[in-house]
Design a protein around this ligand. Structure first.
Ligand code: XMP
Length: 523
């Protein structure tokens, strides 16, 4: 839990797939909120957290099952507004004296549904049912349904499968809906959250400017006059972390930029120049490309490559960090989704598809304490903070780039020659995307060099050169992705440019695999 001075809203997570979206909708309203799994929300936790309002999320369980998730009963006596969503509605009804029926006796609803209002007015629905159709589209996903509402509640909206789609006890400010207002497919859902936080008395003071000031004060308080080191990758998260710390503690911060020789064309120079010239921060440019490329020589197994890079990164970082006398803290750009994932009650151990590269494990090994100023932010909030800190828009909007860099875009053995070809081809491809004004529409785009040569003909001569794969995807979070539908003209122009401008490539493929079944990177 944080010690923010803002009014805060508590989201009790009962395991819905879309709980994070509730937090998104609230943050968009400049309301500070935290998601906590229901098991952690005890009476003592609630008293300490002192929420100004509570939201019960949806969830996959049935309230009729003994041992199914519940909020602490003190939630109902705190005297703060509560909004229950889907399973959250059913829990609220069940706990307060209503009745829920199991799926087999009820009309299950999954997907689009329409609610119509009752005659009674409730502030929660201000701005609803105004388009003349007399109904609102909502997204349902429930098997069980409320069969009898709890004493004190009234019905304010009904859908064909949910006679109690919208209910409220306005005297206690308890509201409960069967549908999911947080999802995109409930088009007017954001209004419902806006109404809820308004009637709970939030003033919407969670802004990036305020966050920046608070974080700077917090960092100063945590660090005092001691020293901090920060691993800078050139990506948005580590850059924003570094700059925020620099603002807070100036020279007490040293950033280490580990150049593993697997960066894109001119990338190392650009990153170093940006930080040295614009921010004047202590920066060690650790050019360790010989070490990394040496150890990767002859290695073609993707996991072995990742493990080597991860291990060397930690060794190298430690070597440079040891030169900074008295460093007691390590700054890391951990984001809120990482924090939620690590505490989520529903997120059991999942299969490792790829071992991701990060600096986890370093703090214990080196006896360092962590400074994580982005722990409360979502990715787009980090971008907004970067903007607030004066990072150039072109930098903030850059596509994600993986820690292992070009190594995982070079399936098979990595050689300096292949990396050279890949860097040039990737630069041409990205240049094409920018020239055609497509960069911001695409979530991530890159070239990969394939582990094969093919025969071609150029200028009446035979060529036997590398084949290149181009990848471009749209995505929201990198968890799922779709390939970007370039026009044929774009693809043929780009292929021609790459083959003409990059020696060593004579064939270009476009990767039209979505994720799943593919992953975004090739390894
Ligand atoms: P995949 O290939 O798993 O990638 O579909 C999803 C997103 O994660 C990035 N990625 C990484 N980022 N360290 C990172 O920092 C890694 O080891 C790593 N592997 C993949 C990838 O670029 C995409 O954005």
């Amino acid at each position: 839990m944080t010690s923010t001075s803002h009014d805060r809203l508590l989201i009790i997570d009962f395991g819905s797939q879309v709980t994070q979206l509730i937090a998104r909708r609230l943050r968009e309203l400049n309301v500070y909120c935290e998601i906590h799994p229901y098991q952690n929300v005890t009476d003592a936790f609630l008293a300490d957290f002192a929420p100004k309002a509570i939201i019960f999320s949806g969830g996959p369980d049935s309230v009729m099952r003994s041992g199914s998730p519940r909020p602490p009963q003190s939630a109902y006596t705190l005297g703060v507004p509560i909004l229950g969503i889907c399973y959250g509605q059913q829990v609220m009804m069940h706990d307060l004296g209503g009745r829920v029926e199991a799926g087999e006796h009820a009309t299950a609803e999954f997907g689009r549904a329409y609610v119509t209002p009752s005659d009674a007015h409730v502030d929660l629905l201000a701005g609803w049912f105004l388009d003349g159709s007399g109904k609102e589209q909502v997204w349902m996903s429930h098997g069980d349904h409320v069969a009898e509402i709890a004493p004190g509640f009234e019905v304010y909206g009904t859908s064909p499968g949910a006679p109690f789609a919208i209910t409220a006890d306005t005297s206690r400010h308890f509201y409960a809906v069967q549908f999911h207002p947080e999802v995109h497919h409930t088009p007017n859902g954001a209004t419902l959250y806006e109404n809820f936080v308004k009637l709970a008395g939030f003033i919407g003071d969670w802004t990036m400017g305020a966050y920046r000031e608070e974080m700077i004060a917090k960092i100063r308080e945590q660090v005092g006059d001691r020293k901090v080191i920060c691993a800078l990758s050139g990506g948005v998260d580590s850059s924003v972390t570094g700059i925020l710390l620099h603002e807070a503690i100036g020279d007490q911060l040293t950033c280490v930029f580990v150049d593993h020789g697997l960066l894109r064309l001119n990338e190392a120079e650009q990153v170093v120049a940006m930080f040295r010239d614009n921010y004047n921060l202590n920066l060690i440019h650790a050019d360790e490309s010989d070490l990394f490329l040496g150890e990767l020589e002859g290695v073609s197994d993707p996991e072995t490559k990742r493990k080597i890079i991860g291990r060397l990164f930690i060794d190298v970082f430690q070597k440079y960090a040891d030169t900074i006398e008295g460093a007691e803290f390590l700054a890391q750009g951990t984001l809120y989704p990482d924090v939620i994932e690590s505490v989520s009650f529903s997120g059991g151990p999942s299969v490792t598809i790829k071992s991701h590269h990060n600096v986890g494990g370093l703090p214990e090994k080196m006896g360092l304490k962590l400074v994580e100023p982005l722990r409360e932010l979502f990715k787009d909030e980090v971008r907004a903070l970067g903007h607030e800190l004066g990072l150039p828009a072109s930098f903030i909007g850059r596509h994600p780039f993986p820690g292992p860099g070009l190594a995982i875009r070079c399936p098979g053995e990595i050689t300096r020659d292949k990396l050279e070809i890949l860097r040039k081809a990737d630069a041409v491809y990205i240049d094409q995307i920018r020239k055609h004004g497509l960069y911001d529409e695409i979530w991530q785009a890159f070239a990969a060099i394939l582990p094969m040569r093919t025969v071609g003909v150029m200028g009446d001569g035979r060529t036997y050169d590398y084949a290149l794969a181009l990848r471009a995807v749209t995505s929201v979070d990198g968890m799922t992705a779709d390939y970007y539908p370039f026009s044929h003209d774009f693809l043929s122009e780009t292929s021609t440019r790459i083959i003409n401008e990059v020696k060593g490539v004579n064939r270009v493929f476009y990767d039209c695999t979505s994720k799943p079944p593919g992953t975004i990177e090739l390894e």
